[in-house]
Ligand binder design. Structure first.
Ligand code: ACO
Length: 382
């Protein structure tokens, strides 16, 4: 009998850490941050308060929240050389690559790289959460040939990000939907990028390296990119009246065709985050009008419920988020960077947890190669 441990591709079902940051019950559509359901936080809280909750384990006092918020507002600005660096980046480069490079560069301006210094770690935590929106907005403006806007300290996190992108303040409904989108994407247990953050953190690399590596993992289409594809699919369908014929044609060509924005490894009912985003989107659309993409999405959800509901395949968070971002005028390739602006909090909460009793990750492999291969000198090879 072999004593080799069982190999599980993708480490599926293999616990990679003990964590108290978030909890998912996929059958009951429940996602909790430190015990509080995400819907409650999206309705009652704000991104800043939720960030503290994730990082510290409990809701802040009024004073703690005020200090934390002030700490974020005062760390939003970029060093002028960092702005120069962003101006030198190729305008047709992907914003996720720009963000990853900028975060690495941001770390070069940090006062210390040590991770055994609690004050320095907290300072880096604040700096990373505060500066990511500035980095994303800066690249977005530069590539359009626009000047980088300085952050405004009189606006909250979500409103300031919107301002830095568009040079105007969001309406109340737009600010709220952006804030709620940041809350709902902030943490999601042991996903690929969070695992990356913990692995990088386990080597005692700097928090900037931790976040840069997590951004790299999030940039892949199997992780952060599904909302872009969900939007492209709605545009391809072109209207609610086309949903049924479109889906019939797709299924006739491939019975295993996957509808983007549907299904989830963990949730077997509608993703609670999809409900939150949809509810808030309705408030935004009440100010303007319902975009055609949204009408198409509603019809697609209805038709798909009849086909896939029995399999537990329902809308996930990406089903409506792309429609909302698009309706706000946000370019499609910024959807994943916005995910990063939010998820940086979850990554940092896991990094902080990882450092307590840290042990560097060093998993096993199942060796399937050759051994004892003789070296043949070059002149004797064909
Ligand atoms: N459209 C149609 N059928 C689907 C879909 C879908 N989007 N998702 C799953 N199914 C079907 C499968 O064909 C399969 O059917 P079968 O039992 O008859 O073979 C059954 O549901 C189970 O599907 P799996 O692929 O085994 O489910 P898994 O948990 O492995 O996949 C995943 C989850 C990858 C998210 C999948 O649902 C999918 O590819 N969805 C589309 C892409 C997407 O929206 N990704 C974003 C996920 S959320 C996020 O990452 C933030």
């Amino acid at each position: 009998m072999s004593s080799e441990p069982e190999y599980r591709p993708g480490l599926e079902d293999v616990p990679a850490a003990k964590s108290a940051v978030s909890f998912i019950d996929g059958k009951r559509a429940r996602l909790e941050y430190r015990g509080i359901p995400v819907e409650v936080l999206a309705r009652e809280s704000c991104f800043e308060e939720t960030s503290w909750l994730l990082l510290k384990g409990e809701l802040p006092t009024q004073r703690q929240l005020a200090e934390f918020d002030h700490g974020l507002r005062t760390r939003r600005r970029l060093h002028f050389r960092l702005k120069d660096l962003i101006r030198c980046m190729p305008a047709d480069g992907h914003p996720m690559d720009a963000l990853q490079a900028s975060v690495s560069a941001l770390g070069m301006y940090a006062p210390t790289r040590a991770v055994n210094n609690q004050a320095a770690n907290w300072d880096a935590t604040l700096k990373l959460i505060a500066a990511l929106p500035t980095l994303v907005a800066a690249f977005s403006r530069v590539r359009r040939g626009e000047e980088i806007l300085d952050p405004r300290s009189d606006l909250d996190h979500a409103a300031n990000f919107y301002y830095m992108l568009f040079e105007k303040e969001p309406t109340t409904a737009v600010r709220k939907v952006l804030d709620a989108a940041l809350i709902t994407h902030a943490e999601h247990t042991m996903n690929a990028s969070t695992f990356t953050a913990r692995v990088t953190g386990s080597s005692l690399a700097s928090p900037y390296a931790v976040i840069a590596s997590a951004i790299g993992t999030l940039s892949g289409p199997l992780h952060g990119g599904a909302n872009e594809e969900a939007l492209a699919q709605l545009e391809q369908i072109g209207g609610p009246e086309n949903v049924k014929p479109w889906l019939d044609a797709k299924l006739a060509a491939d019975p295993k065709f996957k509808v983007m924005g549907l299904g989830h490894r963990v949730y077997k009912v509608k993703d609670p985050r999809a409900n939150v985003i949809q509810e808030l989107a309705e408030h935004v659309f009440a100010e303007t009008s319902r975009p055609k993409n949204y009408e198409t999405a509603l019809e697609l959800e209805r038709v798909c419920a009849g086909i896939y509901g029995a399999k537990g395949v329902y809308p996930n968070v990406d089903f409506y988020s792309g429609v909302v971002y698009h309706s706000l005028g946000i370019p499609t390739d910024l959807f994943t960077p916005i995910f990063a602006i939010s998820r940086v909090v979850g990554w940092l909460a896991h990094w902080t947890e990882q450092l307590v009793g840290n042990r560097i990750f060093r998993p096993e492999q199942v060796f399937v190669g050759k051994t004892d291969v003789p070296y043949v000198p070059l002149e004797k090879r064909p």
